[in-house]
Ligand binder design. Structure first.
Ligand SMILES: [Zn+2]
Length: 90
């Protein structure tokens, strides 16, 4: 299956879901649906969030596992938080 694109290759706006299909009976539903916020993150950021959950929210464990320094992990998480709250300064 192809990777889900989240940004328009033409103007870089967020993409909407306009068609959903049943893998069993091929029923197709069309409309305009927002992608869940978590899916609006880049594939790399989604992987980070997934690993964060799988590691019970321990950046320390993730840092050891991925051999990346704790401050780098912390910065990455802060970037993701900022991208999920584009209008806040925290
Ligand atoms: Zn079906």
């Amino acid at each position: 299956m192809k990777k889900l694109p989240v940004f328009c290759p033409s103007c870089e706006s967020n993409l909407l879901v306009s068609e959903l299909s049943c893998s069993n009976c091929d029923t197709v539903i069309s409309g305009k649906f927002d992608l869940p916020q978590i899916l609006q993150l880049s594939a790399e950021d989604q992987e980070f969030v997934l690993q964060f959950v799988l590691n019970s929210g321990s950046l320390k464990k993730m840092a050891i596992q991925m051999n990346i320094s704790y401050p780098t992990m912390r910065n990455k998480l802060d970037e993701i938080i900022a991208s999920l709250h584009p209008n806040s300064n925290s």
